[in-house]
Design a protein around this ligand. Structure first.
Ligand SMILES: [Zn+2]
Length: 320
């Protein structure tokens, strides 16, 4: 009898709300999972403790993993990790987060932006499998992005490439957290869906959304599925602006696939048509015919798998 011991690593998706971990083998199978709430407004130490707790939780004591990959809601600066920006986890600002986890666990720790990790995950095991030129867009509380060209993740000069959420889709639009105005994130994120609904609701006196005291994007989604015209219009608008950004991406990068991921991707059926119409209007026909815009298929696993894949590929290390 022969036994083949497959190498396993730990993939972590560190988000502003939840942190998820999985023990991942080379074939992309997740054999053990754990998750925890990301400590809100916490210090770096609290977040480090949660991540280390999850690592211990999923690791296999019999054959412990030696590497951990973290996909994080951060604009990573690979030249100096302390200069990475943490808009949703300000407690980590200025900290050597990766070095601390490496020191305390003895593991080799890799870090990558969460949307970059997610598109790598979808290309490894999901909707972008077999492609060489893929763009991922994560629609959640904010909007993130990741770009793969000729099979390689595009990181740029310091690591912040692919911030698709901050493509300007209307120079006269609302102020964005990044300091610019009219960014995609202000139209096609869960936060934007709530804002736009509140802006237009007065024109829809029949809408059931008037009865909601604390409106969230799920309420708007449910109303739209039930035929509510306000909800339908909001998602059409979100799709339209997403299509404007996609036209820029298609003209610039000529991708084979654009994968729409994140919590709001569940509403893709309500956004897809207006999105494709804008893309048709604005991008080169030959490039439009080449690209598929699809919903991701891995859900919350995309980030875990992508972070794990990066460690298998030895693509970026810090600390050991
Ligand atoms: Zn912005």
């Amino acid at each position: 009898m022969t036994t083949h011991i497959t190498q396993k690593v730990i993939g972590i998706d560190l988000g502003g709300t939840n942190t998820r971990a999985g023990l991942v083998d080379e074939s992309g199978r997740i054999s053990k999972r754990a998750q925890a709430k990301t400590p809100h407004a916490a210090s770096a130490g609290d977040i480090v403790d949660v991540v280390i707790g999850l690592i211990k939780n999923v690791n296999d004591p019999g054959a412990p993993a030696k590497k951990v990959g973290i996909g994080a809601a951060s604009v990573i600066d690979f030249q100096d990790l302390r200069k990475s920006m943490w808009p949703n986890l300000p407690g980590l600002q200025g900290h050597d987060f990766v070095g601390e986890i490496a020191d305390k666990t003895g593991l080799i720790v890799t870090i990558e932006n969460d949307a970059n990790a997610a598109v790598i995950g979808e290309r490894w095991q999901g909707a972008a499998k077999g492609t060489q030129n893929a763009v991922g867009i994560t629609l959640g509380t904010g909007v993130g992005g990741g770009i793969i060209i000729n099979g390689e993740l595009v990181r740029g000069a310091s690591g912040s490439a692919g911030e698709i959420g901050h493509i300007c889709v209307d120079p006269n639009g609302p102020l964005c957290g990044c300091g610019s105005t009219g960014c995609l994130e202000q139209y096609s994120s869960a936060t934007a869906v709530v804002r736009i609904t509140k802006e237009i609701l007065a024109s829809f006196p029949e809408s059931p959304l008037h009865s909601k005291l604390e409106l969230d994007a799920k309420d708007v989604f449910d109303a739209a599925l039930g035929g509510d015209l306000a909800g339908i219009k909001v998602f059409e608008e979100a799709g339209r602006y997403l299509g404007i950004a996609c036209a820029a991406l298609v003209n610039l990068l000529n991708p084979e696939v654009i994968v729409v991921m994140g919590g709001l991707a569940g509403a893709w059926n309500l956004m897809g048509q207006s999105s494709r119409e804008e893309l048709q209007k604005r991008a080169f026909q030959q490039a439009v015919e080449r690209v598929n815009i699809v919903r991701g298929v891995l859900g919350d696993d995309a980030g875990i798998l992508g972070a794990a894949k990066l460690t298998f590929a030895d693509m970026r290390f810090s600390g050991s």
